[in-house]
Design a protein around this ligand. Structure first.
Ligand SMILES: NC(=O)c1ccc[n+]([C@@H]2O[C@H](COP(=O)([O-])OP(=O)(O)OC[C@H]3O[C@@H](n4cnc5c(N)ncnc54)[C@H](OP(=O)(O)O)[C@@H]3O)[C@@H](O)[C@H]2O)c1
Length: 320
C-alpha cells in the first residue's frame, strides 16, 4: 500500500510504498478513504513526543470501509476501565502504532463505529480525535447547557471548532479568541456571538463585554491562561485539553479560590463518549469544518499548513 511515512524527526512525512498491515487477533482491516491531521502529528514530526519510533505512519483520524460497512475509527487505544481517566497502557492511534495516513490500517474490531451518514468521507475523517476531545471537554467536564456563556480559545483549531459547533447545538452563547480577525469573523458566521484577537494587547477587555463566562475551553495554556481565569464568572468551569503555548506563568490561586473556579483537565474520551459524540453529530446534522482536502501524495503540505497555524478547521488527506 501507499502511505505517508515519517522517516526521522524534524522532517516531513514522505509518500511511499510500504507493507500492508497484518491484523492481529480481534483486529480488522479498514480500507481508508480519508484521514485527518491533529496538532499531535505535527508535534511528532518536530520530535516533541517521547518514545517516537521510525519509520512511523502518523495520523489518528480515519474513515473508510470495513467488511462492507462505512466506518469511522475510535482513535484511543486501551483506555482502561475507569471512565474518569485513561489507564497506563493508553495509546493514541498513529504512535507508537501505525496510523491512518495510509491506504489501509489494522485496528481492533471494537474501534470501528458506523460513519454518520450525512457526512462526506472528508468530513467524517475530520471528526474522531478532535470531535471526541471537544465532546468530553464541553459536556462530560464542562456540563455545557443552553444557559451557559462559553469562551473557546484558538478558534482556528480542530478541537476548538467542534466545541463551537457542539456548544451552539445545545443553545449556549459562544465567544472565541484567535490570532486572526478573519477567523473570528468566520466563527461569528458559524454562530459565535463575538471574539477578540489575542495578538492585540487589550483582547481581555474586548471579551469582558460578554459579562463573564460560565465555561472556558482552552487548548493553549501559556500566558493567556491567567487572563482566562479573570474572564470567568464565579463558579465557572475551565477545561484544559491542550498546551500548545506551554507553561502557565501567571497562575493566580487568589482568583481560583475566591471565584470558586473549577479547573478541569481532559484528554480524548472513552468509547462510550465516542459513540455519544457520533450520535450527537448525526442528531444535530453537524458538518465538520474542513479547511483543506489534499491527496495522500501531497499530504506533507498539510503538515506545513498546520505548523504555521494557517488553517480554519481540519486538514484532510484523501487516502484512496
Ligand atoms: N488532550 C487531548 O486529548 C487533546 C486532543 C486534541 C488536541 N490536543 C492538544 O490541543 C492543542 C490543539 O490541538 P488541535 O489539533 O485542535 O490543533 P490545531 O488544529 O493545530 O489548532 C491549534 C490552534 O491553537 C491556537 N493557538 C495558538 N496560539 C494560541 C494562543 N496563544 N492562545 C490561544 N490559542 C492559540 C490557534 O488558533 P488560531 O488559529 O485561532 O489563533 C491554532 O489554530 C494541541 O496542543 C494538541 O496537542 C489535546
Amino acid at each position: 500500500m501507499k502511505a505517508l511515512v515519517l522517516i526521522e524527526a524534524n522532517s516531513l512525512p514522505v509518500y511511499q510504498a510500504t507493507a500492508d498491515p497484518i491484523p492481529a487477533e480481534g483486529e480488522v482491516i479498514v480500507d481508508l478513504k480519508a484521514a485527518a491531521l491533529n496538532h499531535r502529528d505535527v508535534f511528532v514530526t518536530q520530535g516533541k513526543y517521547s518514545n517516537i519510533r521510525f519509520p512511523i505512519i502518523l495520523g489518528s483520524d480515519g474513515a473508510g470501509t470495513c467488511e462492507g460497512k462505512e466506518v469511522v475509527i475510535y482513535p484511543a487505544l486501551n483506555w482502561g476501565n475507569d471512565p474518569r481517566f485513561q489507564g497506563k497502557s493508553f495509546e493514541i492511534l498513529g504512535l507508537p502504532r501505525n496510523g491512518t495516513l495510509a491506504e489501509k490500517i489494522a485496528v481492533p474490531a471494537s474501534h470501528v463505529f458506523p460513519k454518520p451518514a450525512h457526512l462526506s468521507w472528508a468530513e467524517a475523517a475530520a471528526l474522531p480525535l478532535a470531535g471526541l476531545t471537544a465532546y468530553r471537554a464541553l459536556f462530560t467536564k464542562g456540563h455545557c447547557q443552553a444557559r451557559d456563556k462559553v469562551l473557546i480559545t484558538g478558534i482556528g483549531g480542530g478541537v476548538a471548532l467542534f466545541a463551537l459547533q457542539f456548544a451552539k447545538a445545545v443553545g449556549a452563547e459562544v465567544w472565541v479568541n484567535s490570532s486572526s480577525d478573519e477567523k473570528i469573523a468566520q466563527a461569528i458566521a458559524l454562530g459565535a456571538k463575538g471574539g477578540a484577537n489575542y495578538k492585540t494587547p487589550d483582547w481581555n477587555k474586548q471579551l469582558e463585554a460578554a459579562g463573564g463566562f460560565d465555561i472556558v475551553i482552552d487548548g493553549a495554556g501559556g500566558e493567556g491562561f491567567g487572563t482566562l481565569l479573570k474572564l470567568c464568572k464565579s463558579g465557572a468551569r475551565v477545561v484544559s485539553y491542550g498546551g500548545t503555548i506551554g507553561v502557565v506563568p501567571n497562575f493566580s490561586p487568589q482568583i481560583l479560590f475566591w471565584k470558586q473556579l473549577e479547573v478541569l483537565g481532559t484528554t480524548m474520551g472513552t468509547a462510550d463518549e465516542f459513540g455519544q459524540m457520533l450520535d450527537f453529530v448525526s442528531q444535530h446534522q453537524l458538518i465538520s469544518i474542513v479547511d483543506q482536502v489534499l491527496p495522500l501524495e501531497e499530504g506533507a503540505q498539510a503538515f506545513k499548513r498546520m505548523e504555521v497555524g494557517g488553517q480554519f478547521g481540519k486538514l484532510v488527506v484523501m487516502t484512496y
